[in-house]
Design a protein around this ligand. Structure first.
Ligand code: ZN
Length: 253
């Protein structure tokens, strides 16, 4: 129980960090990396520094009753993202057992959720979010037994993605390509396949549904990061079962 409370709290702080990182880098173009990482958070309405107590995930929002001292409302998506990431990290440890790799992969999922959210909001992926994902990926491969195997998958996937990106320019964003490349760095081959298959299937299904609902305009542009993130979740929580089911299915014939 203590462990799960701890992972939940860590998840909320991680969400808060990734949200700030992505939002600042996408909205404050002139800020230096130092400002993005270390400057105090301010209210977007009155510009006042937010007090340290109110920066505590979820609790800060509740203590402030969702408002700044100037009276403007704080976006409820902040505490919501913190709660969601707390649950994700806790579920990750609960389902997959506690290990440094599981924790690191759970943190990667939290960052991916933030990437997905801002891709929906701005149709862009922050390079700093990708850099954070890359750092977590590198940590994961050093925690696993075989970094060389992962580097090979990364090299092959990146080459294919680069070719795809140039040949089908415009059909997939460079942000998505970087995101997938970073995922390929720490994924096992079967995990990468399940992630990408799930991303493409959920993306196509969503695309068809949205196109049917908006019959006037069949040319739609969807952010792809939410589907990549959906694929990551499927792989993280059910990848092994899907892989085993697939092997059993293959061996029947
Ligand atoms: Zn204010």
């Amino acid at each position: 129980m203590t462990l799960h409370i701890l992972t939940f709290i860590i998840g909320t702080f991680i969400a808060s960090f990734f949200m700030t990182l992505a939002e600042r880098s996408l909205t404050e173009k002139k800020s230096s990396l130092r400002d993005i990482l270390f400057s105090r958070s301010r209210c977007t309405s009155c510009g006042k520094n937010i007090s340290p107590l109110r920066l505590i995930p979820v609790i800060g929002f509740l203590a402030a009753r969702g408002k700044c001292t100037c009276g403007s409302k704080i976006n409820f998506l902040y505490p919501l993202s913190e709660i969601i990431c707390g649950i994700v990290l806790t579920a990750s440890v609960y389902i997959n057992g506690i290990s440094p790799v599981v924790i690191a992969e759970g943190i990667f999922l939290c960052n991916s959720l933030v990437i997905a959210y801002f891709d929906i909001k701005f149709m862009r992926i922050s390079n700093l979010s990708i850099a954070a994902a890359l750092i977590i990926s590198i940590i994961i491969i050093f925690l696993t037994a075989n970094p060389v195997y992962h580097l090979k998958i990364f090299a092959i996937t990146s080459s294919i993605l680069l070719l795809f990106g140039y040949i089908f320019a415009g059909s997939i964003g460079w942000g998505d390509i970087k995101f997938i490349a970073v995922i390929s760095l720490y994924s096992d081959l079967y995990e990468l396949i399940i992630t990408l298959e799930s991303a493409i299937l959920t993306g196509c299904a969503a695309g068809i549904i949205i196109a049917l609902l908006k019959t006037k305009n069949l040319k739609i542009k969807l952010p792809f990061a939410p589907f990549i993130t959906a694929g990551l979740f499927i792989t993280h929580f059910a990848g092994n079962q899907i892989y085993k089911a697939f092997i059993i299915y293959i061996q029947q014939y």
